[in-house]
Design a protein around this ligand. Structure first.
Ligand SMILES: [Ca+2]
Ligand SMILES: [Ca+2]
Length: 361
């Protein structure tokens, strides 16, 4: 039984699904965070959508074109990339932790060789991008973004009028953006090596384009996560904590009220703080969720697929890997087969990205 409740916060209309206890155990609420669609606000008529959902009227893309013409020495600032061989691999699972997310069925997928960033894009890297291109993120343009309430100062908390019904740990916070992850009174000064937050899908796409890269497809991301292992839960195997060691920045304790931070971090961690997988990739699960290029669908077949790119169109984009907010009791999504979604203009304090690139020109 699922009952949907709609609450309005300023111009933000958030759909929140109140579920049975078992279903609630699988929802951290972060896939329900979205901004009002154009038709909800009666705006946006005549916008051109094309090129895989890229809005060609969006001024953000003009920044990118300009940036690409500029001679900027950015190579040193970009993430090191790992060349992966591709080939056949098993995507998804026949033993889904969260069946309604479309984790199954398990299917044979072929990938051509590709490159992928060894870690999530950091604040320092994103800062060079914005300094060079003067890119303004969607959160900055909208003037707010979603923040996990447990991270907010008392002052910001006292200014909140509404939390998200049934997921009260999420609040749209005015002035929250990638430079101010917990609202106007916060900063990233001491977190330049942490993953950038509050970036929308378009922001992520723009960064990767500026870097001469692109977002990974969901299949590429999952291949990367698996690190060459077959049918395992995590990038390192099936046991969450081999030798009692933490392999990812997740949530320990009782969600959402008590994070013991046993792994050393109550919120994001600097990239590369936890062990790499066998491909040399860091934080594939945990730390922050990562946008992928694909539109969201929960319907898959067992048909063999070559370089799948997801549905032609959709309303949400796929994100992978879970975040520092994930706990088995609430968001068992820190597995390679796990997946979730957000509308492309969503941004939040646990969502980032990394880039990929073709191996052949
Ligand atoms: Ca943690
Ligand atoms: Ca991650």
């Amino acid at each position: 039984m699922e009952v949907c409740v709609y609450s309005v916060w300023l111009l933000v209309c958030v759909s929140v699904c109140v579920r049975s206890e078992d279903e609630a155990a699988q929802h951290c609420g972060c896939n329900t965070l979205h901004r009002p669609r154009a038709e909800e606000e009666g705006e946006g008529e005549g916008e051109e959508e094309g090129d895989g959902g890229r809005n060609v009227q969006n001024p953000l893309y003009k920044y990118s074109e300009r940036a690409n013409k500029e001679s900027v020495d950015k190579e040193d600032s970009l993430s090191k990339m790992v060349l992966l061989p591709g080939g056949w691999f098993l995507m998804g699972t026949d033993d889904p932790g969260i069946p309604q997310d479309g984790e199954g069925p398990q299917r044979h997928v072929w990938l051509d060789p590709f490159y992928i960033d060894e870690h999530e894009v950091t604040n320092l890297q994103f800062q060079l991008f914005t300094n060079t291109t003067h890119h303004v993120t969607e959160a900055e343009r909208f003037g707010d973004s979603f923040v996990f309430e447990g991270l907010l100062s008392e002052e910001v908390k006292s200014s909140l009028k509404h939390a998200v019904a049934a997921a009260p740990w999420w609040s749209p916070v005015k002035g929250a953006d990638w430079r101010h992850p917990e609202g106007p009174d916060s900063s990233i000064t001491h977190r330049m090596d942490h993953p950038v937050l509050h970036v929308s899908w378009a922001d992520a796409q723009m960064y990767c384009e500026w870097a001469g890269r692109r977002l990974p497809t969901e299949a590429e991301w999952e291949f990367s996560c698996r690190g060459g292992l077959k049918d395992r839960l995590y990038p390192w195997g099936n046991k969450l904590m081999p030798r009692e060691q933490h392999y990812a920045n997740l949530w320990q304790g009782e969600f959402p009220n008590h994070n013991t931070a046993e792994d050393g971090f109550a919120q994001t961690s600097p990239v590369k703080k936890f062990p790499a997988n066998a491909f040399g990739l860091y934080d594939m699960v945990g730390n922050v969720w990562e946008w992928t290029a694909d539109w969201w669908s929960v319907h898959h077949t067992r048909d063999h697929a070559h370089n799948p790119k997801g549905p032609e169109t959709g309303s949400d984009r796929v994100k992978k890997g879970g975040s520092y907010m994930c706990h088995k009791s609430y968001c068992y999504r820190y597995r390679c087969a796990a997946r979730s979604q957000n509308t492309p203009d969503s941004s939040a304090s646990n969502l980032g990205f990394r880039c990929a690139a073709d191996a052949t020109p």
